[in-house]
Ligand binder design. Structure first.
Ligand SMILES: Nc1ncnc2c1ncn2[C@@H]1O[C@H](COP(=O)(O)OP(=O)(O)O)[C@@H](O)[C@H]1O
Ligand SMILES: [Mg+2]
Length: 256
């Protein structure tokens, strides 16, 4: 689903990503951790085609984003749902209208759009608040609306940047349980976070982990054994390459 190879990205000559590589197979769930400023958001923006790498390759769902024409970006984004920390709901509109925004660019009837938007809110446990004004919802509820908005287009991949950023620990825990359920229903998920509470949450063993520090991928865990998937989209994307000696040395450095 995702393959990043030797990616470099600098801002005003200062590297934010230094030769980062990562592979995420279809059906994977990956927790990308690292301190603030490590380059997590920069990496997610590359995956969403919001920016280009200076060097290296980024593939999402079998397409190279490096060679993507601007006109193709919307087609790539149809496969990707995003939840950013600053999730920007339309406060004066209802929850369901906020979710419907995602589908309005598609050529669907109003009835279908509303039915699917209601279903997405049900899926995040907000069925009863569908008609509430977004601005009147709590922070945790608003974040769930943002997740429903990201999911309503049934993306193959969900990217979440600091999804628990504005939530207290209990709400953060509930949100992670929800994201884990979404993963179990078949969506490939990547969560980026600097929040130690999330890291220690004890997310199910199905979640893979990767750690980015100062623009370098220090630690990518071994993929969990899973049946080979041969669907076209994931061909050649069978998880991470075999660990080599360098990885093991890096891993030891992290553990110490
Ligand atoms: N648009 C930008 N302009 C200048 N510097 C940026 C920009 N985006 C990110 N950076 C810098 O790149 C580094 C990595 O940032 P970021 O990817 O946001 O890290 P993280 O999400 O892990 O906190 C930081 O030093 C940040 O200041
Ligand atoms: Mg960030």
């Amino acid at each position: 689903m995702i393959r990043v190879e030797g990616v470099w990205k600098s801002f005003q000559g200062v590297p934010a990503l230094k030769g980062v590589s990562l592979a995420v197979a279809s059906g994977d769930a990956l927790l990308l951790t690292g301190p603030s400023g490590a380059g997590k958001t920069t990496l997610l923006r590359l995956l969403f085609a919001a920016d280009h790498a200076d060097r290296g390759e980024v593939f999402v769902a079998g397409r190279s984003l490096q060679r993507l024409r601007a006109s193709s970006i919307p087609y790539v984004r149809r496969n990707i749902g995003v939840v950013f920390q600053d999730f920007k709901l339309l406060e004066d509109r209802s929850a369901v209208e906020n979710v419907a925004v995602t589908l309005e660019i598609l050529d669907l009837g109003r009835k279908i759009i509303l039915a699917r938007s209601h279903a997405a809110l049900e899926a995040v446990g907000l069925g009863t608040r569908a008609l509430s004004r977004a601005g009147s919802l709590s922070g945790g509820e608003q974040q769930r609306v943002a997740i429903a908005r990201a999911l309503v287009g049934e993306p193959a991949l969900l990217l979440c940047d600091e999804p628990t950023g504005n939530l207290d620990p209990e709400r953060a825990h509930d949100l992670l349980v929800l994201l884990d359920q979404i993963h179990q229903r078949g969506t490939t998920i990547l969560i980026a976070t600097h929040d130690p509470e999330v890291v220690d949450f004890g997310i199910d063993a199905r979640w893979r982990r990767a750690r980015l520090v100062d623009g370098e991928m220090l630690d990518v865990d071994l993929p969990v054994a899973r049946p080979a998937r041969l669907d076209e989209e994931t061909e050649g994307f069978s998880g991470r390459p075999e660990a080599d000696a360098t990885d093991v040395v890096r891993l030891l450095k992290v553990v110490q």
